[in-house]
Design a binder for this molecule. Structure first.
Ligand code: MG
Length: 135
C-alpha cells in the first residue's frame, strides 16, 4: 500500500465515522453516549470530533500534494448550504419534512441576513433529537 492509498483509506474511514455518528444521533439523540462507554463523548461531541478528523486527514492529503493546498472553499460550502436548503424546501413540499419556516435561513449569505433561524417541526421532535426533557 502506498502512502496515498493509506491516506485515502483513512479518509474513507473518517467519512464512515461521520456517517455512523450522524445515524447514532438520529437513533438515540444528540445528548446520548455510547452505553458501552458511558463516560465517553456525547453524540453531539462526536459530531464535532469526526468531521474534524476528516478535515485533518484531508489536510494531510494536501500537505503531501495529493489534493490542492487550498482545498477548503467557502463558496463551495455556501453553495452546498443553499442546495441542501433548497431540497429541504422540496422535502417539506412533498410532506417528507416538517418545518415551520424556510430552510433558506440555513443558507449563509448577505441576502439572507436578518432572517429568523429555521425551526424544525414540533417541539417534541426537537426535544427527542436533543434528548431534552419535557419540563
Ligand atoms: Mg475519527
Amino acid at each position: 500500500m502506498t502512502a496515498t492509498e493509506h491516506l485515502l483509506t483513512c479518509l474513507a474511514e473518517e467519512c464512515g465515522e461521520v456517517m455512523q455518528n450522524a445515524t447514532k444521533s438520529l437513533r438515540f439523540g444528540l445528548a446520548d453516549r455510547n452505553v458501552l462507554d458511558p463516560t465517553g463523548p456525547t453524540n453531539r461531541e462526536r459530531l464535532v470530533d469526526e468531521p474534524n478528523d476528516l478535515m485533518g486527514v484531508a489536510d494531510m492529503l494536501a500537505d503531501r500534494g495529493m489534493i490542492p493546498k487550498n482545498w477548503r472553499d467557502q463558496e463551495k460550502q455556501d453553495a452546498k448550504r443553499h442546495e441542501v436548503a433548497k431540497f429541504m424546501d422540496y422535502a417539506a413540499s412533498v410532506g417528507a419534512l416538517q418545518i415551520t419556516s424556510s430552510p433558506q435561513h440555513l443558507a449563509r449569505g448577505a441576502d439572507l441576513a436578518g432572517k429568523k433561524p429555521v425551526s424544525f417541526g414540533p417541539d417534541q421532535d426537537r426535544r427527542a433529537l436533543s434528548n431534552e426533557r419535557t419540563p
